[in-house]
Design a binder for this molecule. Structure first.
Ligand code: GUN
Length: 324
């Protein structure tokens, strides 16, 4: 569908009409806006239906949420996670600890949660306070309960193409890409950012979907030239509006993972992505807005990972899980 829009840019006659393709005054096509809120709502509803179906078997998925310290953004994220978990029929176990909590205390808590059969998923909200050894805490989480998909076992399984719990943000990005591009085989995909949480797993998922994948990062030379080739572009840079619209290949699917708070010029703050949306929207075939794109998908995928972890732990690794 998105391809049809870009083909039309190159002068072909056919245009797909099942998407709202809008012509602007200056004859540029405007991108299809990928509605992450609606997609997340659909996924949450599926999770809730699935959870309700497990109840008669005596299975209530349980998610332990560990928040250390008083970071305001983390408090908001954790509040949203627990609220949405409840709405989806997932029981949550909250552990709010002071910023002075030691690595040893956190590891002891995680070991307790690993041993608790009512807890199927463990989420330790990041970032942890500076004095805590985050890697040691995350490595203690039972890989089967690692609903964030951050454990080396899950990262390794994903890299090997084996069944793995996939980190929530890249999983959400993949779902959004699939909304507008059912067959990714052979597509040139560019992931900008090489974090363990987004960039690397995103690249693995695109590779699994038969894309030709490039990972760009802070030392990459000539980023605009790479962007100009990319039919799928995932921006996870963490710098506001740093990907210029003019770099984007006409018709590309653009997924913006950035959540950057900036001054809106009047002393108030607003959230913008890593992509310069105003210029990108006139070149992309499809694009995620910020807010309302990738963000809502992350929590919906956490709920999905939690339900599937519960199914595997209670019913066995071969049990039917909820698929995307
Ligand atoms: N902090 C910001 N995003 C995340 C996430 O997806 N998982 C965890 N555990 N912490 C985060």
């Amino acid at each position: 569908m998105v391809e049809s829009a870009s083909q039309n840019l190159r002068g072909r006659i056919t245009i797909a009409t099942s998407q709202p393709i809008v012509f602007c005054k200056d004859i540029h096509l405007s991108a299809h806006i990928i509605d992450g809120r609606a997609a997340a709502e659909r996924l949450r509803r599926r999770v809730a239906e699935h959870t309700a179906g497990l109840k008669p078997q005596g299975l209530i998925p349980g998610l332990a949420v560990v928040l250390v310290g008083e970071d305001p953004a983390s408090q908001i994220y954790v509040g949203s996670k627990t609220r949405q978990a409840t709405e989806a029929g997932i029981r949550h176990f909250d552990h709010r600890l002071p910023a002075t909590t030691s690595t040893a205390e956190l590891i002891a808590l995680v070991r307790n949660l690993n041993a608790n059969p009512e807890v199927h998923g463990i989420l330790v909200q990041l970032p942890l306070p500076a004095g805590v050894d985050s890697a040691a805490v995350l490595a203690t989480i039972d890989p089967e309960k690692d609903v964030d998909g951050f454990h080396a076992m899950n990262a390794g399984r994903l890299a090997l193409g084996e069944p793995a719990t996939v980190p929530c943000t890249p999983l959400g990005c993949l779902i959004l890409i699939r909304e507008v591009m059912s067959d990714m085989a052979g597509k040139r995909a560019l992931v900008i950012g090489r974090s363990n949480i987004v960039g690397k797993p995103m690249a693995q998922l695109l590779l699994q979907n038969d894309c030709t994948v490039t990972i760009a990062h802070s030392k990459t030379r000539d980023l605009p030239a790479l962007c100009a080739e990319a039919e799928i572009l995932v921006a996870a840079v963490g710098r506001p509006r740093s990907i210029e619209g003019g770099w984007i290949r006409p018709g590309a699917v653009v997924i913006d993972v950035g959540i950057n708070r900036i001054d809106d010029g009047s002393g108030k703050s607003k959230v913008v992505g890593d992509v310069d949306y105003a210029t990108a929207v006139t070149r992309a075939g499809a694009i995620t807005p910020v807010p309302g794109g990738v963000g809502p998908m992350t929590i919906a995928c956490l709920l999905l990972n939690t339900v599937n972890a519960a199914i595997r732990q209670r019913l066995g690794t071969n049990a039917e899980t909820l698929r995307i």
